[in-house]
Design a binder for this molecule. Sequence first.
Ligand code: C5P
Length: 215
Amino acid sequence: FQAKRLAGKRVLVTAGPTFEPIDPVRGITNLSSGKMGYAIAQAAWEAGAHVTLVSGPTALDQPYGVQRQAVQTAQQMHDAVMAQVASHDIFIAVAAVADWRVANASDQKIKKTTDSDTPQLQFAQNPDILASVAALPQAPYCVGFAAESENLLEYGAAKRLKKNIPLLVGNIGHNTFGKDENELVLFDANGHQALAKADKQTLARQLVDEIAARV
Ligand code: C5P
C-alpha cells in the first residue's frame, strides 16, 4: 500500500531544456534531457496529484496520467506557466531554462557569405520563471533546482534565499544531464539534507515525499 500523499493537490512542473532560435533552422539549447523533471511529474501523479507538465523539447514519452504542454523557448515556458499557475498548489521548476535568448534572431535563414563574415548574435535576458512564480501574491509552494559546479552547500543555501522559495534541490553529481542516476541535496529553512545516489525515478519519489511532508 502506498499512501496517496498528494491526493487533491495540483502540481505544475517544468522540465527539459529550452530552445532559443537563431533563425528558422538554427538555435541555442542545452544538454538537459528532461529525465529528472519527467520522473518528478510521474512520481507526483503516483502520489495522487493532478499534474501539469510544461516541457521544453525532449525525446521522452509523456508520463502516464500527466497533462503535458510542449514549448520551445523560455518565453513560451514562462507564458505557459503564468497562464496556469493560479490553479496549482505546488510549482516544481526543474527545467534548464536558457538565461539568454537571441535578441536579433532572423526570420530568414542566415546565409553564409564570405569566409570572414560571421553573424553577430546579440542576447537579451529571459524571464526567471521560478522567481516570477515565487513573487506572486498567492504563490504556490515553490521548489527550485540548482546545478552548481562548485560550493554546492554554500551556493544552494544562498540561492534558496535569493529565489525566496521554501525548498531548493541541488544536484550533487557533476553533469547529471542525460544520466539515469543523480544525487540530491535538499535545502530548506532548517538546513540541508542529502538524498543518496539513486536512479532518477527513486529520487523523484523520495523528493515528492519530502514535498508532501512540507505542504
Ligand atoms: O538561477 P538558476 O538558473 O541557477 O536557478 C535554477 C532554478 O531556477 C531552476 O529551478 C530553474 O528551473 C529555475 N529557472 C527558471 N527560469 C529561468 C532560470 C531558472 O524557472 N529563467
